[in-house]
Design a protein around this ligand. Structure first.
Ligand SMILES: O=C(O)C(=O)C[C@]1(C(=O)O)C=C[C@@H](O)C=C1
Length: 352
């Protein structure tokens, strides 16, 4: 059984611990700032790393260097050390500087967090940054993450941080700007375009704070990406302000964001949207299945039967009410959910 030593038991460390147990791996954890539950708790670094195949350092990026220094004397050459930071250039520099060739190490960034794990989002992706000092380490990290059900992408630390500066950092930057400008997410109505952003706003709000700071301040490319965005926004704002109020649709038209498939016939466009929605429905079904299997495992641990007719009845009644609210035929929707429940029970039986 793979024994993992988790250095740091914050929000990510704890979520990773749950995933490890679900994947049949055992772990122990140490964190002077967080409560570690009894079966996993150890009280010192030597006790933590003794016997571990893998040492996962899940601490805020600015603390990584000093934590690695504290770990170094207790590590053995057959172990593998990984970080899980949201940026990669600086952590990989710290790993190279502190551990060098003494112990195999590799920089990794799991692109999922406690929220996406709780919501059973799929796929779980991980970026791994192979390094020439330990050419075999990336393969070992890959096998570990694949056991957790993750998909792997290999990148250099620089490429990773460049991409993250324009995606992760800018998304969080915009979301934080909207929070500070007073955007509320619990509004009585909102366009679909806002819903995706509302999720990010929620993530930024629920974050301990160090994630936001790390993805902005520890990424060497983030400052430039933010400046470009601000400049582009200023220009758009200026152009909008300068447009005369009576400007024609054509005059204002050059500001419109071009449609990906301009001028497509109505049927083709409707079908493209239907395909996209069906794909999303399928992804939601996959996540629902995962959550139902999780519920089944929880009930098995409590010694309760998996089948719960009372829950199913109340669930169906609630879906009927939701259907009515949305102007859908309640009987048809109930029928659909009866089939989803049959499917769910079959996958629970298979998943156990
Ligand atoms: O909620 C639970 O207890 C589940 O196991 C999930 C679920 C479902 O798919 O919604 C599946 C089977 C139970 O009979 C009730 C509900």
């Amino acid at each position: 059984m793979t024994q993992v030593a988790l250095v740091g038991y914050g929000r990510f460390g704890r979520a990773l611990g749950t995933l490890l147990v679900e994947s049949g791996m055992s772990y122990r954890a140490l964190d002077p700032f967080s409560e570690v539950p009894e079966p996993y708790r150890v009280t010192s670094l030597p006790e933590l790393v003794a016997g571990a195949e893998l040492v996962v350092v899940a601490v805020p990026v600015p603390r990584l260097h000093s934590v690695l220094e504290a770990l170094r004397p207790h590590l053995r050459p057959e172990q593998l050390v990984m970080d899980v930071g949201s940026v990669k250039v600086k952590p990989v520099e710290a790993l190279a500087e502190v551990l060098g060739t003494k112990v195999p190490w590799v920089g990794t960034h799991p692109l999922f967090g406690p929220l996406s794990l709780a919501m059973a989002e799929r796929p779980l992706r991980v970026v791994i940054c192979p390094n020439p000092q330990h050419p075999e380490a990336a393969g070992r990290a890959r096998r570990f993450y694949e056991r957790l059900g993750c998909e792997i992408v290999e990148q250099t630390p620089e490429n990773h941080d460049r991409v993250m500066a324009h995606t992760h950092a800018l998304t969080f930057f915009v979301a934080k700007g909207m929070i500070d400008a007073g955007t509320g997410i619990n509004v009585p109505f909102a366009p679909a375009s806002f819903k995706a952003l509302a999720r990010t706003i929620e993530v930024v709000r629920s974050d301990a704070g160090h994630l936001f700071a790390a993805i902005q301040r520890e990424n060497p490319f983030a400052s430039e990406a933010r400046s470009h965005l601000l400049k582009a926004l200023e220009e758009i704002h200026g152009e909008l302000e300068r447009l005369p109020p009576e400007s024609s649709a054509q005059e204002a038209g050059h500001m419109a964001i071009p449609a990906p498939q301009a001028g497509s016939p109505e049927l083709t466009e409707a079908r493209a949207h239907i395909d996209q929605l069906d794909r999303e429905l399928m992804e939601l079904l996959a996540r629902r299945t995962e959550l139902a299997q999780r519920a089944a495992r929880a009930k098995a641990r409590e010694g309760r039967p998996v089948l719960d007719p009372a829950r199913e009845e109340s669930l169906l009644a609630e879906r009927r009410a939701w259907a009515a609210e949305l102007g859908l035929e309640a009987e048809a929707v109930e029928e659909l959910f009866r089939s989803i429940l049959r499917f769910s029970r079959r996958s629970q039986a298979k998943g156990n």
